[in-house]
Ligand binder design. Structure first.
Ligand SMILES: Cc1ncc(C[n+]2csc(CCOP(=O)(O)OP(=O)(O)O)c2C)c(N)n1
Ligand code: SF4
Length: 296
């Protein structure tokens, strides 16, 4: 599918993201699908820098820079203010990294979801705290190097399953998306725009700087994460109805790992362990999707 991304462009050129930054690509597709009737709340993350400091901005929509832990609560307040003004047309979006979502912003997020606040919360997931120099987050995958999980002590904990946790709040809509599948991503954004209540998008966004990859393979790397079943594309409605959007090609995990410097210390045996983890996660996901089908 050929996408004309120049149409409805809400991200100015000349922004300060690194070349090949998946987080910048994610925003570009996201706003193209959501449109300019959007108010953006961005807690501390790489995107605080990419958007830039007031009065300058790389975005053509209004935005508030928020404290690291407050993405969902500031978005809640912005929504309440717009409602008081009678503006029901504008969509309020919290846009945060994995550190600001899985870890430090999680309390505010869980609270907003439990209250079913009428916001879209997007986590662009580059799998570490990149803005402060590549520290481990609870989204960093098993096996990865970061500055706080160095090569002789690489991360031995699996990535937190954030979508399952959000789904367990019985959220109206939760979905994964990837910069390598913009059609799928934009369809999900359009769908989320029409739903009321808290909507959560978990967007896989490669980071050439933190993953130690050349910038030109950023999208290819994100595509491999889907093809290997490491990052499946799926949706969850009301916490119960699980739908897998794309059957992965099932390429072996080492195809994905070998181009990334952050995994170069892994031995054959480690790759086998990771392949088993990926297969088990995929089995669990397909079971949930089957269960939901049989309930419907
Ligand atoms: C309370 C608080 N602690 C720490 C920081 C420093 N800080 C700013 S951005 C950041 C990392 C953000 O990581 P993530 O949310 O994953 O986004 P990314 O930088 O990867 O885009 C940190 C630790 C802060 N701003 N506020
Ligand atoms: S460090 Fe990574 S996420 Fe941050 S701007 Fe650079 S490529 Fe993008």
């Amino acid at each position: 599918m050929k996408l004309n991304v120049a149409e409805n462009e809400f991200l100015h050129s000349g922004h300060t993201a690194c070349p090949g930054c998946g987080a910048a690509i994610a925003m570009r597709f996201f706003l193209r699908a959501l449109g300019n009737k959007t108010m953006m709340v961005i807690p501390a993350c790489c995107w605080s820098i990419i958007a830039g400091a007031y009065p300058q901005s790389s975005l053509q929509v209004p935005l508030i820079h928020a404290a690291f832990e407050t993405g969902a609560s500031v978005a809640t307040g912005v929504r309440a203010a717009l409602d008081m003004k009678g503006d029901t047309e504008t969509t309020v979006v919290a846009w945060a990294g994995d550190g600001g979502t899985f870890d430090i912003g999680f309390q505010a997020l869980s609270g907003a979801v439990e209250r079913n606040e009428n916001i879209i919360y997007v986590c662009y997931d580059n799998e570490a705290y990149m803005n402060t120099g590549i520290q481990r987050s609870s989204s960093t995958p098993y096996g990865a190097w970061t500055t706080t999980t160095p090569r002789n002590a690489w991360k031995k904990k699996a990535k937190k399953n954030i979508v399952a946790i959000l789904a367990a709040h019985n959220i109206p809509y939760a979905a994964t998306a990837s910069i390598a599948f913009p059609g799928d991503m934009m369809t999900k954004v359009e769908k989320a725009k029409k739903i009321k209540g808290t909507r959560f998008l978990h967007v896989f966004a490669s980071c050439p700087a933190g993953w130690q990859i050349p910038s030109e393979i950023s999208i290819k790397t994100a595509r491999q994460a889907v093809q290997t079943r490491i990052f499946p594309l799926y949706e969850v409605f009301d916490g119960v109805s699980w739908i897998i959007n794309r059957m992965p090609d099932k390429i072996p995990v080492d195809e994905y790992f070998k181009s990334q410097g952050r995994f170069k210390h892994l031995a054959e045996e480690d790759l086998r362990v990771i392949q088993n983890m990926v297969d088990d996660n995929w089995k669990l996901l397909t079971q949930k999707a089957d269960i939901a089908d049989s309930v419907v």
